[in-house]
Design a protein around this ligand. Structure first.
Ligand code: AMP
Ligand code: MG
Length: 343
């Protein structure tokens, strides 16, 4: 993740539209991990000063995770792992080791749709806030040859990560936001916070209660209308993540090209426009929302049906809605995706 994405910021901010001016809530937004991070803390029981302390601890924690896992920081441990690709295993913090392992597990669970080695393809497309480019076919093929999570070896007892093939790299962009939200909530709790929300772009982790005792409310963004929500629901002590084709994209000759790449084709994943995953842990919701988005409607449904630990809401390119668990009760109607809905 590099530049702040206006769309992602909007998604995160919309979620809190209902609680901006409420008394008893402390809220702050900063740019970390190249995106907007919003932390909300209930001041109830702990008072305003402790709420500020808890929020600062959350931001510090997210910055710490970023320093460890960013591929945009040459001094990060992950950057060193990438530099030593094809050369030697690198000793890393147990935390980074575990996250790489979690990413490999997500890859296995999604049949390689989620792939932490997708970096060369993501870089070829250069899809960011300023748009992007369509790489030449040869460039895509070259990048594709450098993608494949089976080339990553995690040695738990030795504490090392090794990328076996030169030129390959690990990019935790599809899991690190969620992981950092998990860590940030732990940091807030350690400071005595009793209720709060951490939102790292579209990745949210919530705990405890709002001032007054009510549950937190989460909104699901309309995939084509900036200020509209499809539904909202109560949630606490859980995480949600949304992956959408509207977050980072450009349109060329009527075709929408977005930032979630199918490692098998080398092109932006087709079939779905939005996937929301609810899970206990934010890193699970984050990686599986990206993974299911790539899997597409059919395989995504299969995975959603198999996994007891997640709930899924998917919207396909025709606006058709598929929901599991409590998302069914929301009764989300097919959104109008309008004319400008190129695949
Ligand atoms: P998200 O917005 O959470 O779905 O994450 C998208 C980010 O994950 C992108 O900006 C890339 O850094 C990375 N990414 C894109 N495609 C994939 C993929 N197939 N597997 C894993 N990570 C991906
Ligand atoms: Mg995700």
């Amino acid at each position: 993740m590099k530049m702040a994405s206006a769309a992602a910021a909007m998604a995160a901010l919309m979620i809190f539209a209902g609680c901006t001016q409420r008394p008893g809530l402390y809220k702050d937004t900063r740019v970390i991990m190249g995106t907007y991070v919003t932390v909300t803390v209930s001041e109830e029981d702990i008072g305003p000063q402790k709420a500020v302390d808890a929020a600062n601890a959350a931001f510090d924690e997210i910055s710490r995770v970023d320093r460890l896992m960013s591929t945009y920081k040459p001094e990060s441990q992950l950057s060193e792992v990438n530099r030593q690709a094809g050369i030697k295993p690198v000793k890393v913090d147990p935390e980074l080791l575990d996250t790489v392992q979690d990413a490999l597990d997500a890859a296995a669970a999604t049949g390689g749709a989620f792939d932490p080695t997708v970096g060369p393809l993501v870089r070829a497309w250069k899809i960011g806030p300023e748009g992007g480019r369509i790489p030449a076919t040869e460039e895509i093929e070259k990048a594709r040859a450098l993608v494949g999570y089976s080339q990553v070896a995690v040695d738990k007892s030795g504490g090392t990560v090794f990328i076996k093939k030169k030129g390959m790299s690990i990019d935790l962009g599809g899991i690190a936001k969620g992981y950092s939200a998990d860590r940030a909530v732990e940091a807030m709790k350690a400071r005595g916070a009793r209720g709060g929300i951490v939102a790292v772009a579209g990745d949210l982790k919530l705990f405890g209660r709002k001032p007054g005792g009510g549950p937190w409310k989460v909104g699901i963004q309309h995939p084509r209308e900036k200020d509209a929500m499809l539904a909202s629901f109560n949630l606490t002590d859980a995480a949600t993540s949304t992956s959408g084709d509207y977050e980072r994209f450009f349109i060329k000759d009527g075709v929408r090209y977005h930032h979630i790449i199918d490692p098998k084709t080398g092109y932006p994943a087709k079939g779905l426009v939005s996937v929301t995953v609810l899970a206990h842990d934010s890193y699970v919701a984050d990686s599986l929302s990206t993974g299911i988005f790539v899997m597409g409607p059919e395989k995504g449904r299969e995975l959603a049906g198999r996994r007891r630990d997640i709930e899924v809401l998917m919207i396909d390119k025709d606006g058709k809605v598929f929901a599991t668990g409590r998302f069914i009760k929301l009764g989300v109607k097919s959104p109008n995706l309008g004319q400008a809905n190129p695949e």
